[in-house]
Ligand binder design. Structure first.
Ligand code: FAD
Length: 500
């Protein structure tokens, strides 16, 4: 068999690999991206699901990171309007938090200046009537409640929309292809791939190692990898509760007893509440990252410190779902995990006329800007590429504003419940027309196999979005895992067993 040759092989189909593949394909490089599992199956589906400036980074004086993040947030509101949603965050301040009040007011003022003109409301302070209405928030010693805006997202779908745009620009994008070995050649690398037991060799002049928490083991596959930087693997976990009654419409930015930030975020049309995150040193295989009992207890304690439900404090019995992700941060062993910068870093090395770049850290929010840095590094290593182009260019599905998407949902096939059409609009963006088209062409496509799940959506997931298992569909192409009951999930599972 002929060995395929590429200008660039990207290892890892998380948000950073996706962004590098997209940017490079758009600059004319012949690109392959290999992801060993499903796209976004690691850290990029285990985030806090925020597109945010990072108010807390101001406390560490990381002004440039906040400025860049806010600028990227403004960009993503335009380029992925179906996936990036403005959300009001509240900052309750109690009598025992005087220093916090001063810092937060200063921080919010800077936040407002840095995000001026992006269309989101400025920060402010709730009046007493509004405070009294806040569900469950403890009122003793509550002196004020500040508010500001950030955005929520669906991290796995954001990654997918970058991946699908990269594919549309000519990149060869493959999931369930693990890179198993890398051998230096005179001008680049020979790479072995494993596709569920099938071996294949490709050659690439440049490699970008975007394998997140696996970067060290991928670098270790070759002697011609960049010199390693100090690496810290930090696990962050979230717990999910059923939304208590009355529901929280606002998200909260809280502080634990040691002044670490914990977010409380309404999720999936206010049906659930996300509480996170932790920051603990991760040991062992990142694929096995799991929320420990200690992390569950810590997050419940942080929540119960601020909220008192009529049924008493939230307990482990109220937890309906958890997830954990591992950050691969550049940082020395002595620094506290919450103090290690989230600023991305890269290491690079030339190999003949080719080269190898390894990515450390980063944020979902700043993936596009980080990809530009990686492309600048490839250019330095000798890649013949055009200039930056991705700013303000819509991602896959991202050409229509939310109001237009919701209007299209209203006009969609009446045979499909309106709540399903709305969910499609805010999941698939402008691709909702492709799903409607399937139903128009084939009546069977509109048949519901489980509540709100049609053949059309499943076929789209498999044929266009490379879903291969029920988990790919239920957890990452959609969030139906949380809203379907066990029978519905099993039905989807059987569909995948017979159809894929
Ligand atoms: C708890 C937590 C909360 C966070 N919250 C936020 C947030 O709210 N907002 C924000 O902006 N950022 C957030 N982040 C940061 C953000 O999630 C990460 O920076 C980002 O997802 C990292 O993406 P990545 O592509 O580098 O890594 P990953 O998403 O981990 O992707 C790496 C991929 O490489 C693949 N891979 C590994 N080895 C191989 C191999 N040999 N061959 C092929 N493929 C391979 C893996 O399967 C994986 O899919 C958070 C991070 C964590 C941990």
């Amino acid at each position: 068999m002929l060995t395929q040759s590429f200008d660039l092989l990207v290892i890892g189909g998380g948000i950073h690999g996706a962004a590098v593949a997209r940017d490079a394909a758009g600059r004319g490089l012949k690109v392959m991206l290999a992801e060993k599992g499903d796209y976004a199956s690691a850290t990029s589906s285990a985030s806090s699901k925020l597109i945010h400036g990072g108010l807390r980074y101001l406390e560490h004086l990381e002004l440039s990171l906040v400025r860049e993040s806010l600028s990227e947030r403004a960009g993503l509101l335009k380029t992925a309007p179906h996936l990036v949603v403005p959300q009001r965050f509240l900052l309750p301040i109690y009598g025992w938090q005087k220093r916090r009040a001063l810092l937060l007011r200063a921080g919010l003022a800077i936040y407002d200046v840095l995000s001026f003109g992006d269309g989101l409301p400025a920060s402010g302070r709730l009046d007493d009537d509004d405070i009294a209405q806040l569900p469950m928030l403890r009122q003793e010693e509550l002196t004020s409640v500040l508010h500001y805006y950030d955005c929520t997202t669906d991290d796995a779908r954001l990654t997918l929309s970058v991946i699908l745009d990269a594919r549309a620009r000519g990149a060869d994008i493959l999931n369930r292809r693990a890179v198993t070995s890398i051998a230096p050649l005179a001008n680049g690398y020979g790479v072995d791939l494993d596709e569920r037991g099938d071996k294949r060799r490709v050659e690439a002049r440049f490699i970008v190692n975007a394998s997140g928490p696996w970067i060290a083991s991928v670098d270790a596959m070759t002697t011609a990898a960049p010199p390693p930087r100090p690496l810290r693997l930090v696990r962050g976990s979230h717990i999910v509760l059923k939304m208590p009654a009355p529901p929280h419409e606002d998200a909260y930015t809280l502080q634990d007893e040691e002044e670490r930030v914990v977010f409380v975020i309404p999720w999936l049309n206010e049906r659930f509440l996300i509480i996170g995150t932790t920051e603990v040193r991760h040991q062992g295989d990142p694929a096995r990252a799991k929320c420990s009992a200690g992390e569950e207890a810590y997050l419940l304690q942080a929540y119960n410190r601020y909220f008192a439900g009529a049924r008493g404090p939230a307990t482990v019995r109220d937890i309906v779902f958890t997830w954990s992700g591992v950050r691969a941060l550049e940082g020395d062993a002595a620094t506290r995990p919450s103090r290690i910068t989230r600023k991305p870093a890269l290491a690079e090395i030339a190999n003949g006329t080719g080269g190898f770049v390894t990515l450390y850290g980063g944020k979902l929010t700043t993936h596009r800007a980080f990809a530009e840095e990686v492309l600048a590094s490839l250019r330095k290593l000798g890649a013949d590429i055009g200039g930056p182009w991705t700013k303000d260019v819509p991602l896959h599905g991202g050409t229509l504003p939310r109001h237009e998407l919701l209007a299209r949902a209203e006009q969609g096939p009446a045979s499909l419940p309106l709540d399903v059409r709305r969910r499609w609009a805010l999941t698939y963006g402008d691709q909702i027309e492709a799903l409607f088209g399937r139903i128009a062409c084939d009546q069977a496509a509109g048949v519901e196999i489980a509540p709100g799940v049609t053949n059309a959506e499943l076929e789209h997931a498999v044929e266009i979005e490379d879903a291969m298992t029920a988990e790919d569909f239920l957890l990452r192409r959609t969030k139906l895992y949380l809203t379907l009951d066990e029978t519905g999930r099993d039905t989807v599972g059987r569909w995948f067993t017979t159809a894929v």
